[in-house]
Structures are given as structure tokens and as C-alpha cells.
Write a protein that binds this ligand. Structure first.
Ligand code: FES
Length: 160
């Protein structure tokens, strides 16, 4: 198993220490780790277990149950395709399929170069501009299948 760097260990321990006085700190600790460390691999779960006394199996159960926690690092660009009802009826499935085809990954996966993660999302609250795609928090309105390649190219250009 990969060993955490000293910096990462210190970061995770500091996050755990924030919630020393909480009776049920696990969700708060995991949320902070996800936000600040980016993902929650097994070695991080073991460290949280050592610090809190919560069994690894319980921590693993929580991390894998909630989709906003991730066991693997996410890409530089997180492409979230809304598959809510309004977007779905306007062709969102074809949009996510196109991203999937071009990037060679399924929803929930990250490209090997670490650039892109593809996610399927529920309603983004932007149904008036369906189908909507959110990329690192920026919402792209009324996305059409033939725009997908251009969006990816634009992001790749910005990554250099
Ligand atoms: S269903 Fe996609 S933004 Fe509401």
C-alpha cells in the first residue's frame, strides 16, 4: 500500500484534531479531507481510524456510500453532466455518452493523464438552460453533442 508523505499525514491529523470535541466527527472529518486532500484512499482511512478509534470498515462504508467522497484522485477538470429530468429529456444522455467516448472513460472515472473526471449529476438547478454541464463549477448551457469535442479541446488548451 502507498505510504502517506509526512506532509499529508500532518494534514490529515490536523483535520482530525479539529473535531476532537465532537461526539460523531466522522462526516465532518471526511468532508474536510475530501475538500482539502482531494480524495480519501485506504491509507488515509487507516490514519483517521488510528486517530479517532473508529474502525476502518466503518470509515470505508461511509466513504463508498456517499458519492461526494472519492477513493481515487479526481482530474484537474471535473466534468459533471446533469442527468436530471429536464436535462435528460433534452438529450443529456447523448452528451455524457459523447464525453465518455471522446475521453475513453465511464462516469465516475478519471483519465490516465489526470486531466478529466467525468461525473453524472442530478439537477444542477439550471433546468432553464438544459442540458447543462458543470465543469469545475462553471455551468455550460444548452450543450449540444457537436460542441463536446470543442469543450474538451478548449480545456486541454487551458491545461498547457
Ligand atoms: S435537470 Fe439538469 S439542471 Fe435541472
Amino acid at each position: 500500500m502507498a505510504r502517506l508523505s509526512d506532509t499529508a499525514q500532518a494534514q490529515i491529523i490536523a483535520i482530525c484534531d479539529r473535531y476532537n470535541d465532537e461526539k460523531t466527527p466522522l462526516m465532518m472529518i471526511l468532508s474536510d479531507i475530501q475538500k482539502e486532500y482531494g480524495y480519501i484512499p485506504l491509507e488515509v482511512q487507516e490514519l483517521v481510524s488510528d486517530k479517532t478509534g473508529i474502525p476502518v470498515a466503518e470509515i470505508y462504508g461511509v466513504v463508498t456510500f456517499y458519492s461526494f467522497f472519492s477513493l481515487k484522485p479526481k482530474g484537474k477538470y471535473i466534468i459533471g453532466c446533469c442527468l436530471g429530468t429536464a436535462c435528460y429529456v433534452k438529450g443529456a444522455q447523448q452528451i455524457i455518452d459523447k464525453f465518455s467516448d471522446i475521453l475513453g472513460i465511464k462516469p465516475g472515472e478519471t483519465t490516465e493523464d489526470g486531466l478529466f473526471t467525468l461525473d453524472a449529476l442530478r439537477c444542477l438547478g439550471a433546468c432553464g438552460i438544459a442540458p447543462a454541464v458543470s465543469i469545475n463549477g462553471k455551468v455550460y448551457p444548452k450543450v449540444e453533442v457537436n460542441q463536446v469535442q470543442g469543450i474538451i479541446d478548449e480545456l486541454k488548451g487551458g491545461a498547457n
